[in-house]
Design a protein around this ligand. Sequence first.
Ligand SMILES: NC(=O)c1ccc[n+]([C@@H]2O[C@H](COP(=O)([O-])OP(=O)(O)OC[C@H]3O[C@@H](n4cnc5c(N)ncnc54)[C@H](O)[C@@H]3O)[C@@H](O)[C@H]2O)c1
Length: 400
Amino acid sequence: MSARRTLAVGLIGYNFMGKAHSNAWRQAPRFFNLPATPRLRTICGRSRAAVKKAAAKLGWENAQTDWRRVIDDSKIDIVDICTPNDTHCEIAIAAAQAGKAILCEKPLARNVDEAEKMVRAVKKARVVNMVCHNYRRIPAIVLAKRMIERGDLGERIFHFRARYAQDWIVDPNFPLVWRLQSNVAGSGALGDIFSHIVDLARYLVGEFKEVCAIMETFVKQRPLEKNRRVKGKVTVDDAVTMIGRFKDGALASLEATRFAPGRKNSITLEINGSGGSLFFDLEEMNRLKFFRRRDPKDRQGFRDILVTEPTHPYIDIWWPSGHTIGYEHTFIHTIADFVKAMTDQMEGRAPSRPKKNRTPPPAAGRLTASLQPTFEDGLQNQRVLDAVSRSADAKRWVKT
Ligand SMILES: NC(=O)c1ccc[n+]([C@@H]2O[C@H](COP(=O)([O-])OP(=O)(O)OC[C@H]3O[C@@H](n4cnc5c(N)ncnc54)[C@H](O)[C@@H]3O)[C@@H](O)[C@H]2O)c1
């Protein structure tokens, strides 16, 4: 395959994620030495005027109002799904049947049933597939993975704790947007943000064995978007708290909420092992805190690793030592990994799958397909979300 092969992309949805992904498709080939160059062929949204404007602003050649036309376009190689959750299943299955590679935003689907159908479709069509769990692509998170694999936290992991906290719906007059309607979103904080920390837990520690959870909807009615004087029912959770056990015996404690005033998009996680601990805070995403029990007693303490050196994952393609990166880079890394996975498949290299979460992490800045959260990962994630939901409903422990 020529080093300058082009892969044409069709992106569905032009708002928040549409913007983040458009930027990533544009930037990835400018920084990474990709084996193929993405071409921003078509962006799709429902409003003609708005999607045309988005196409011009975000750098797409064409604007389209029907996603089916994107899938019917034989020149398009990749379909990137950045639409609300109720559309993921139908678009992804149609894209797979048309032989397109698929990048799909999280959560993969609204429920396990949809996720299973999506997995079946991509397996049958043998197309490259990925869920956009972009937080896996933070250099500090990949470094954490590398350190756990290397044994820096010791032989045994005892605890994985994570909290994803936001505050955008604390105001009871905030309207009933799609994220608060179960027929569109599937679930609330659970699928929207808890799914990200479930992915990080599975990536860093391993599979869950059982969970026990509580969920709450604090504000049960909200003004309708189109008529603020009328209220509609909130049909999703506002917050979820879970304890659980991993298959290898480690304990989990996970929480997601949209009711934490002052917490805008806060993810914190701590992992404790027999040899030490790691702590990560998304608001300081270029840093990773590490405590090592082996250090001399009189000098022990959490060290603060600035994850901005060329030796760190992904960093060598960015700026000189010490120059920080941000949120948008997580998507650029995702796209670069996706393109690499795709060209690997085209060149006949087997798509690498993590072996029980114990695949060695990538060398600094090198792309790796083994980092992919595939649709299979999305399904496994959905199974955990489903177990959490069933546990909260039944007020008991549930096996995942
Ligand atoms: N990876 C992350 O961290 C992250 C962050 C935010 C959102 N998301 C996920 O991304 C997806 C989109 O979220 P968002 O925040 O961008 O939503 P949004 O409401 O900001 O944008 C949704 C877009 O989809 C378009 N759309 C809706 N239905 C459509 C249809 N039938 N055909 C074509 N276009 C359609 C809308 O016009 C809009 O452009 C969701 O699945 C969400 O969970 C992921």
